[in-house]
Design a binder for this molecule. Structure first.
Ligand code: DX5
Ligand code: ZN
Length: 230
């Protein structure tokens, strides 16, 4: 995939109908999603439990765009090959979840997949300063990970701006995850983010029977950020 900084909308299927993932994925893609964001939670690193590699593998045939797997699990390293084999295009791990995060990124890239590193809202950018040549994406959490539908933490805007400066001309995406809405997204895109994860803001009010609502929600996000990229 050639690198580009145009804004990408990545609906999080954490807000989808858990009994109907295949149809939900097909619906959001048909309605304009650029990436599909898959939140893996272990009830240990975060206080919630979602699904593991077998489920992610079952999602794969339904994804025609890009499967972005956000691992909120600790430890991570022993599970990387399972998520790579499950068909992830990008595997993102948390800097807080492994003592040797550089090794984690190397292990992800060794599988041939793209590597992302994620930071919780309270984790300083300095923790990844020496990783920027070894990752394809930095995910800044703008809520404490674990649940959809939480309020956007405003300090993420300044953090995005500082991260964008540090990245310079490296081909590294900035992904924002948590509380992304048409109201909160313009500031982070202006600050340098190019991948917007949105769970509740995409799925709210819609269903596989009324997928046009997903389409309207995705368009509302796109329109909110149109032209604000610097
Ligand atoms: C939170 C997850 C998010 C979540 C975002 O821990 O990483 O991807 O689905 O949900 P919203 O967009 O509702 O904040
Ligand atoms: Zn996520």
């Amino acid at each position: 995939m050639p690198f580009d900084r145009t804004v990408k909308i990545a609906p999080s299927i954490l807000s989808a109908d858990f009994a109907n993932f295949g149809a939900e994925i097909r619906a959001i893609e048909a309605q304009g999603a650029d990436w599909v964001h898959v939140d893996v939670m272990d009830n240990h690193f975060v206080p919630n439990l979602t699904f593991g590699p077998q489920a992610v593998k079952a999602f794969r045939p339904h994804v025609t765009t890009f499967m972005d797997v956000h691992l909120m699990i600790s430890p991570v390293d022993a599970s990387i090959s399972a998520y790579a084999e499950a068909g992830a295009d990008m595997i993102t791990a948390h800097v807080e979840a492994e003592p040797h995060i550089h090794r984690t990124m190397q292990a992800i890239r060794a599988t041939g997949k793209m590597a992302g590193v994620s930071l919780n809202p309270a984790t300083p950018l300095e923790s990844i300063e020496y990783l920027l040549d070894d990752v394809d994406m930095v995910l800044l959490m703008t809520v404490n990970p674990g649940f959809g539908g939480q309020k956007f933490i405003e300090s993420g805007v300044e953090k995005t701006r500082r991260l964008r400066e540090k990245i310079g001309d490296r081909p590294v995406h900035i992904q924002i995850d948590g509380g992304v809405t048409p109201e909160t997204s313009p500031a982070v895109v202006a600050a340098g983010a190019d991948v917007l994860v949105a769970g509740s803001a995409v799925f709210k009010g819609g269903s596989v029977e009324t997928p046009e609502v997903y389409g309207a929600n995705i368009r509302a996000l796109r329109e909110a950020v149109a032209g604000v990229q610097q």
